[in-house]
Write a protein that binds this ligand. Structure first.
Ligand code: ATP
Length: 328
């Protein structure tokens, strides 16, 4: 493999707090090692549109504290086509780019792996950036910690008003395929129940436990519903429960996109810095088609192939059992 001289960095898919600290680390680690760096705007769309710019140390000043991503992100359909990939390759080659760091989730990695198999002369390293915490090969993904803290802050506030009025709140949090935010926030906020995409919970069971809570003199109850839960949405669940649970006034809150925003937590700033630093160093060491991740507080490389094939993420059963006992 030819010696690396110029790399590009992009953020793709859903934005996640911590992407900016990661971009900063990629840029500064590359420059420190004598590489040139190009920032790609709007994910894969920027590769196709040739929407890129040269970055220097000052391009990433004062961004550690910013949510979102200074490079912008996008969901890009044309990159799924052969023609789109060829155009992206042509634009990268025309700029003399021989390495690409992609920060995103499993869709982003699927695209990166396909691209890299088609054009192996451009090295590709993935950084797990998604609030869903659903990637194999990294115990934590960028943005998960901040998003969970945002959810906790919101639920704590809802608890105040729920308690004042003896109300039962159903709160929908993000996670189409992953209950990671719901579970952590549920434990942290003392939710009475959590409904997750990974686990079937019968509505009848939920009703029994909410009635028991009232019998045990709970003044308010909170049920967290991950958006991917199989019961058809938080409003339907609330309606089904309302028919049977008469003691509480029932309300529904959907937290929505506020979960994506906000200044990255200390954890996400450090994780983003470590992963960005490691991604560039892996590329300098000649690695490609790999994902950098965190396991037992160590940076570990996992092949993109393995990360995607093993993609089935398992929620911690022990945490789920503990949550049920602690919420009695
Ligand atoms: P999140 O987990 O936050 O949703 P993600 O990376 O999984 O992030 P996606 O929208 O699934 O987000 O994927 C991001 C982009 O990756 C897509 O818009 C598309 O450009 C590219 N991509 C996804 N799947 C493929 C594929 N099979 N081939 C080529 N490109 C793909």
């Amino acid at each position: 493999m030819q010696k690396l001289s110029k790399i590009a960095v992009l953020t793709s898919g859903g934005d996640a707090p911590g992407m900016n600290p990661c971009i900063r680390a990629v840029v500064r680690t590359a420059l420190y090692n004598g590489l040139q760096v190009v920032g790609v705007r709007q994910g894969y769309q920027g590769l196709i549109d040739n929407n890129m710019y040269d970055m220097n140390n000052r391009s990433v000043s004062n961004i550690l504290n910013l949510g979102g991503t200074i490079l912008k992100t996008a969901r890009c359909l044309p990159f799924r086509t052969e023609e789109g990939m060829e155009l992206a390759y042509k634009n990268l080659k025309a700029r003399g780019i021989d390495g690409l760091v992609v920060i995103g989730g499993d869709g982003t990695f699927t695209g990166a792996l396909r691209f890299s198999k088609k054009f192996p002369d451009i090295a590709v390293i993935g950084v797990p950036g998604t609030i869903d915490n659903d990637l194999y090969g990294s115990t934590y993904t960028l943005g998960f910690d901040t998003a969970t803290n945002t959810v906790i802050e919101a639920i704590d506030k809802i608890r105040d008003t729920a308690d004042a009025h003896d109300r039962l709140f159903f709160i929908e949090v993000m996670g189409r395929d992953s209950g990671a935010i719901a579970l952590r926030a549920g434990i942290s906020c003392g939710a009475e129940a959590i409904l997750l995409p990974e686990k079937e919970t019968a509505i009848e069971e939920l009703i029994v436990s909410l009635k028991a809570g009232h019998y045990n003199k709970k003044s308010s109850s909170i049920v967290i519903v991950a958006e991917g839960d199989k019961h058809g949405g938080v409003y339907d669940i609330a309606k089904a429960v309302e028919k049977e649970v008469k003691n509480y006034d029932i309300k529904v809150t959907i937290l929505g996109h506020l979960q994506r925003g906000g200044s990255p937590s200390s954890f996400d700033r450090i994780l983003g810095s470590r992963l960005g630093f490691a991604a560039v160093n892996a590329m300098i060491a000649g690695k490609t088609q790999q994902m950098v991740g965190l396991q037992a507080n160590n940076i570990v490389l996992t092949s993109l192939e393995e990360a995607l094939n093993q993609h089935e993420f398992k929620l911690e059963e022990d945490l789920m059992q503990m949550m049920e006992i602690l919420s009695i």
